[in-house]
Design a protein. Structure first.
Length: 326
């Protein structure tokens, strides 16, 4: 059974005297059990809105969502979810140990189980070193660990994490990634949002990309990046401006990096052979030749350039999505 299914999930905010804000429009998405699913989009794309709908914190204007087959508005569905809000709130005068005790009680974890729950979670997040210090003086990274700890209370099968890596340093980001991988290895489903591509790219089994409240693309990263478009990248040095112009005039345009290396992208091996000859004839030295996939970043940028709110009506994938549901 899918962990999350959304059908036409939509949220609009009507504001007096202002234009209605369509924060989320017709989201159709399915998250499989035991996946790490990355929910990607720039700030304001609608990620938090979607997450609040999934966790039952706000009501949909249209459509709905199911969590393990149960309507997301029901407490029964919520019992399956561990949730990390975008801006977790803490009682500053409590310690992590006390906070977890407090939330465990709130979540209905029996008293006899709370001690073992603390041990399990504090080990996963390395909380021991500051278990009995007040949260008040904690750094962003320490707070995030406490927030994540709270989401793990009761060992829920689905974790919904809103920007879990945001504001963390590289060490903190790695900690979050490792936690997500561990959760997956334990059979859990992890659904997390981010506006930073590399955080999502690295560990997600599948991703969905939101642009202006609409699903612009979803699928496995390998399938999304470049729609399978491969290319060969040649990197060389020692080419003068004249030589570059001559090559560009024949459709082989290189781009220079800060260290003066020139990179060319050609579609296939035949063309790369031709280009290598040219480079050598112009006095250049070939440094490397590697097959590359169009990066997800390029793909992401392309999707945003086709943003429905900036001209075009709908992206190709979003249009497909609508067709298949009507
Ligand atoms: N309570 C609200 N009232 C009006 N507009 C809102 C409200 N909450 C969110 N929005 C708007 O909805 C859009 C999506 O916001 P959000 O879901 O927070 O995006 P993200 O999490 O991707 O950054 C933004 O334009 C935001 O200003
Ligand atoms: Mg957000």
């Amino acid at each position: 059974m899918a962990a999350i299914v959304t059908t036409d999930l939509s949220k609009s905010y009507k504001q007096l005297g202002k234009a209605t804000v369509h924060s989320l429009s017709g989201l159709n998405m399915e998250v499989g059990e035991n996946e790490i699913f990355g929910f990607l989009g720039r700030n304001g794309a609608g990620k938090t809105t979607a997450i609040k709908l999934l966790t039952g914190l706000i009501r949909a204007s249209r459509g709905g969502a199911e969590i393990f087959g149960k309507d997301s508005r029901l407490p029964d569905a919520r019992a399956h979810i561990g949730y990390l809000p975008e801006h977790p709130y803490f009682y500053e005068y409590l310690t992590p140990r006390e906070s977890l005790e407090f939330y465990a009680e709130l979540r209905g974890v029996e008293k006899s189980r709370r001690k073992s729950e603390w041990l399990r979670i504090s080990e996963m997040l390395d909380l021991d070193e500051f278990a009995d210090r007040r949260i008040r003086g904690f750094s962003k990274g320490m707070r995030q660990r406490v927030g994540l700890a709270v989401s793990l209370i009761g060992d829920p099968p689905l974790l919904i994490l809103d920007e879990p890596m945001s504001g963390l340093d590289p060490h903190g980001r790695r900690m979050v990634r490792e936690l997500m991988l561990r959760l997956r290895s334990e059979g859990k489903t992890v659904f997390f949002s981010s506006h930073i591509l590399s955080d999502v790219e690295e560990i997600s089994d599948r991703v969905a990309i939101l642009v202006s409240g609409k699903l612009a693309a979803s699928g496995r990263i390998e399938d999304l990046s470049g729609d399978g478009e491969k290319a060969i990248e040649l990197c060389c040095t020692g080419l003068k401006g004249e030589a570059l112009n001559a090559l560009a005039a024949r459709g082989m345009k290189g781009t220079a990096d800060e260290e003066g290396r020139i990179r060319f992208l050609v579609p296939d091996v035949d063309q790369s052979a031709g280009l290598i000859t040219e480079i050598q004839q112009q006095g250049g030295i070939l440094l490397s030749m590697v097959p590359v996939l169009e990066s997800l970043e390029d793909f992401f940028t392309k999707l945003e350039q086709r943003d429905p709110s900036s001209g075009r009506k709908e992206t190709k994938s979003a249009a497909k999505e609508t067709e298949s549901h009507e």
